[in-house]
Design a protein around this ligand. Structure first.
Ligand SMILES: [Zn+2]
Length: 390
């Protein structure tokens, strides 16, 4: 039984109606997906987060009948980005069809893909699969791919050994085999507050933060002058960005603290460590000793908020070869990060391929084209046929 676009659309409208903005619970959606799979005789494992407010769901189709090893893992995230401050023409949590487009938060990124996969479940269950198909839907992708880490641990602790993973991020159904890593960093500068009339008695944390920013800016400049990924990424080097600065308390007070939030978009493994080490050296050798000479309690502490590894091309991998044979076209790179790098780092060859254009993701009036969902269903149909072949 081949699923229709109507089946996928109906499921998508249910998924969109669950408000799974990352800071909220996704449990209601996960329960619904578990019921849906259970209704089709598919056993699921839900993997709750530490506080139980969120969960991943992992399922294998054809367990018992087939070895759990091998097969393809179809993966996606269930959380969406907030709609606060965005001007929407429709209710973001009610799927609204118009002119061949389906509007709603997550329609593109990436509940559309999950809806297509779930619509395939009856066909998958009845298909004479020769290898299992695994489903893995995560929480907290948008805030740092936290849920996917638990999926990776679950796989390592179980008998599951997917031969490859396809992540259905919106790529307009093109095969994406590369993206930069993404690393969130926070540097907290502690000085010594006092009345601004006696700056000689304090240590201005904002000035300390300026030195940190200067160091990061010089590093960014040096990285830009030595491109290391020409033809793969735009721009062809690791980038740094200081995106948020919060510090001080009043005009007439020497700032006692200042916090910088910044990110690293790495072209390859090892770059994050290189950037962190270079900053640590500047802090330890120069910036902090100057602050401590005035006030022993001064401090500069940098923490990593999250680290998503880059996805790197594996042109000879089974994942890339199969995805390209099903989707057609050459593999390309993407500007955005995803869970794919975590799966690849865990030894699972992974590519991205999913419906919708990333240009509509995270935007107000997010939409996915109906013909993109249709293209995704046909991709999945070919995939199932491939997994039925000996
Ligand atoms: Zn996404």
């Amino acid at each position: 039984m081949t699923p229709s676009l109507d089946d996928a659309t109906r499921i998508l409208s249910t998924l969109v109606a669950f408000d799974t903005v990352s800071h909220k619970s996704n449990r209601a959606l996960i329960d619904w997906v578990a019921d849906h799979l259970d209704g089709h005789g598919v056993a699921v494992a839900t993997l709750p987060s530490a506080d139980g407010r969120k969960a991943n769901i992992v399922a294998s189709i054809a367990p018992g009948r087939l070895e759990p090893r091998g097969g393809i893992m179809l993966s996606g995230h269930t959380d969406v980005v907030p709609v606060d401050g965005q001007d929407w023409q429709t209710d973001p949590f009610r799927l609204t069809p118009k002119d061949g487009r389906l509007y709603g938060r997550g329609a593109c990124d990436m509940k559309g893909y999950i809806a297509c996969v779930l619509a395939m479940v009856p066909a998958l269950r009845d298909a004479p699969l020769t290898r299992p198909i695994h489903l893995a839907f995560s929480y907290d992708e948008e805030t740092g791919c936290f849920g996917a880490r638990e999926i990776v641990s679950h796989i390592a602790a179980s008998e599951l050994r997917p031969a490859m993973a396809f992540v259905g991020e919106p790529t307009s159904m093109r095969v994406v085999n590369a993206h930069k890593g993404s690393c969130g960093m926070r540097t907290k500068v502690t000085g010594h507050a006092c009345h601004s009339s006696r700056p000689d008695q304090g240590v201005n944390a904002i000035y300390g933060a300026m030195e940190v920013i200067d160091t990061l800016r010089a590093q960014a400049q040096a990285l830009a002058e030595a491109p290391d990924s020409v033809g793969l990424f735009e721009p062809p080097h690791t980038t740094l960005n200081v995106g948020l600065i919060q510090g001080g308390s009043a005009r007439n007070t020497v700032a006692g603290d200042c916090t910088l939030t910044w990110d690293i978009r790495a072209t390859r493994e090892g770059m994050v460590g290189q950037v962190r080490d270079a900053l640590a050296a500047a802090v330890d050798d120069r910036i902090l000793p100057a602050m401590r000479a005035r006030q022993a309690a001064a401090d500069i502490a940098t923490e990593t908020l999250f680290e998503i590894p880059p996805l790197l091309p594996q042109p000879n991998s089974a994942a890339e070869a199969l995805a390209r044979s099903l989707a057609g076209g050459e593999a390309v790179s993407a500007a955005f990060g995803s869970e794919a790098g975590l799966f690849q780092r865990a030894g699972i060859p992974t590519v991205l391929c999913g419906p919708g254009d990333i240009a509509q993701a995270h935007a107000p009036d997010e939409w996915v084209a109906e013909d993109q969902l249709a293209a995704c269903l046909s991709f999945l149909e070919k995939l199932v046929a491939h997994e039925c072949a000996a």
